[in-house]
Design a protein around this ligand. Structure first.
Ligand code: ATP
Length: 240
């Protein structure tokens, strides 16, 4: 399979805090890759470095054959690499459908293609269709999370960076979100890098995974192998 994203030897600091230490990993086209790790391990920092919000002092990041480590975030998005950030960053004063329109803002493939994707997104998230005229700020937390993912999809990304999509959701909604991520990958062909604290669910849908501990990649492998690894079980799967 072709390598779509390659992160090579990155180091990120917040002042004197060395948050990311010589981190390298890759995501092949068509894969779901998960990065699991405890609070403060550096998962969000890694995502922000890929999307151009933070800079690495070393190494490089290559996406779709282009070095993106010095590019502006909007340029990176325009290459088809979309980030769906942690938390629920929707435009709360705008309706659901207006939020989705914002997601398609920079597309140049015409109204018909965008209308098709409205249908696709409403098919994936029927709850959003029911609430299309409702102000986003009045949606439940889980619905806002869905809207954030749906909005990212409206940009027609080739690859999606998802930062803790299950955060703060009820177990039932967590299941639904993970099912939708699988569908986005399998049916829409979107490559996914998924950062999660919910290691069990993440390893369940991922092809491969990386374990991040205090800024270092300490393990990597097939998701099924990681899920059966005693150290991973002990640290991230509740010892089950
Ligand atoms: P969580 O699962 O809790 O979101 P994370 O794995 O995403 O954690 P990061 O948010 O990437 O972790 O943080 C990695 C380290 O960098 C932590 O020690 C954190 O305290 C530190 N850090 C993050 N943002 C800043 C900042 N703006 N200034 C200083 N330190 C920061």
């Amino acid at each position: 399979m072709d390598e779509l994203l390659k992160v090579e030897d990155i180091n990120v600091y917040y002042g004197s805090i060395h948050a990311i230490k010589d981190v390298s990993f890759h995501v092949d086209e068509g894969e779901i890759v998960t990065m699991i790790g405890a609070n403060g391990a550096g998962k969000t920092t890694t995502m922000h470095t890929i999307s151009g919000l933070l800079r690495s002092e070393t190494g490089k990041i290559v996406y779709d054959g282009k070095t993106i480590s010095k590019m502006e975030p909007h340029k990176i998005v325009s290459l088809g690499l979309a980030q769906c950030p942690e938390g629920r960053r929707v435009f709360s004063g705008l309706s659901v459908s207006e939020n989705l329109e914002m997601g398609a803002y920079s597309r140049k493939d015409g109204k018909d293609a965008i209308a098709k994707d409205f249908d696709m997104v409403y098919g994936l998230f029927p709850r959003l269709k029911e609430r299309k005229n409702q102000p986003a700020g009045t949606l439940s937390g889980g619905e806002q999370q869905m809207l954030a993912i749906a909005r990212a999809l409206m940009g027609k990304p080739k690859m999606l960076l998802l930062d803790e999509p299950s955060m703060g959701l009820s177990p039932l909604l967590v299941k639904e979100i993970f099912r939708i991520i699988e569908t986005i990958n399998k049916d829409q062909g979107v490559t996914v890098l998924l950062v999660e604290q919910n290691a069990k669910m993440a390893l369940n849908i991922a092809d491969r995974g990386y374990v991040l501990e205090t800024g270092n990649v300490t393990m990597e492998g097939k998701a099924s192998d990681l899920a059966n690894d005693p150290a991973v079980k002990n640290a991230y799967l509740g010892g089950a």
